[in-house]
Design a protein around this ligand. Sequence first.
Ligand SMILES: [Zn+2]
Length: 410
Amino acid sequence: MDQEKKQSKCNIHSNFNNNLLLFEENNIHTKICSVCAKQITENFNKIIEHDEFIHTDQNYIFSSFPPLEDKNIYNSIKNLQIKKDSSIQDIFIEKINNYFTCLKKEINQKIDNLQIQVKSKLIQMDDVRQNQGDIFLDIYNEVSSKFDIQKLYKEYSQDSEQRLKEIIKEKYQNIKSNTEKLQINIKEYQTMINKISLKTPIEIQKNILGLIDQIDFFQKSQKDIIDDIDFEKSKSYHCSQNLQIQRIQNRQIQISQSISDSHGISYANFILDPNQKYIFRVKLQTNSNSDSFLIVGIIQEQDKDNKQLYDGICYNEKGDCMTINKVVKGNNVYEGSKVDIDKEIEVRIHLAQKIIKVANYPNYENVAELEKKQLILENTQYRFAVELYHIAHNIIITHVSTISEFDQQM
Ligand SMILES: [Zn+2]
């Protein structure tokens, strides 16, 4: 049958077989010779060889059939075919493995290069080459005159006792200068040793490790809502009406107290949806005042205009009057009383699961959660709120979002 079709001759061009198909809209020929085909169309890509059509297996993709609006689809499917034996999981695993292999290689290279650089720099530093131990011993031996004394004892003679007494007396006379001589050298030594400090490198190390923890291939749907929300002053709690609330750069919300030593509460202008997962990021700044009473937490709807936030469900930078104090990773998140606090924390809230957690941001080194989860009541409306009381202090809301799933950072 095949053979017969293949060999059927064109009625017009007897030297040509009808071995082509032409599938053009309004111009469909199921059997045609190449001369006829070329005469009736300019769309050569609509011509398919009869053989090609007959012998295709299930993996075969035509270059222009069936007709589609987007010609790139044929190639896209052809390219995907290469991976047809891999599951999506295999493709993900391959991609992720390649990523980590490359990441490790580049980090290693970078570290190796830096290590070589630091080493060669060290070799060029003349003053670190001397052996300080010998210098100390030389000075000590000199100021103690221990060898002179030793010699006198070994060659004990009439004069020895007198000479020994003189030496010891001399030690007492020179007590000040000998002490100074050794002290100066110890100080020099310490200065030299302190020339190398691991403080910044260790901080950088922590930052790098924190960043690696944040590598995430599966994007969670996160919705930034800081533009859509606002903060309000508690209507009658202490001096809340003296708070200043303003938008600063990047739509961040800064809250500060305008009169000295006066408590004030500010709360978000929306009630937290118990089923929603929220992320708030908050900067806490003590500036010149060390009484770091800076509170972040949630307050019941009925209490928001007349009750305090501290002692309730809250975090206090000062370290007391708080319930979010169960350390689940690292150490305490709070730093206590300090004049120079300038930090950012992340607060995660999911009321339905009675979750409220606090971590230092962006490292998530230290994480604390609500010690008694039963403090979060069911069927109760809550708002996110902050409390502060010192004129020097600032609370800045830098980020507010909802997210489909919390990541594993905290
Ligand atoms: Zn023909």
